[in-house]
Design a protein around this ligand. Structure first.
Ligand code: F3S
Length: 63
């Protein structure tokens, strides 16, 4: 599974950082860093983060 964040859409709401801090990291209000390969054991958290993002910027899939 891979993560893609549409950084043009991300508004820095940080729900992803709160729900999956091992995957998402926010620097300042707009620079979101993330690990595109979902780490072992983190898929549930990543899916929660994707569902919680207010602007649906996080996509998780097999691409
Ligand atoms: Fe951005 Fe959504 Fe996370 S707006 S900081 S990807 S919760």
């Amino acid at each position: 599974m891979r993560i893609v964040v549409d950084l043009a859409r991300c508004q820095g709401y940080a729900q992803c950082v709160f729900l999956a801090p091992e995957v998402f990291e926010l620097h300042g209000e707009e620079a979101l860093l993330y690990d595109p390969a979902v780490p072992a054991g983190q898929l549930d958290r990543v899916l929660q983060a994707a569902a919680a993002c207010p602007v649906q910027a996080i996509l998780v899939g097999d691409q």
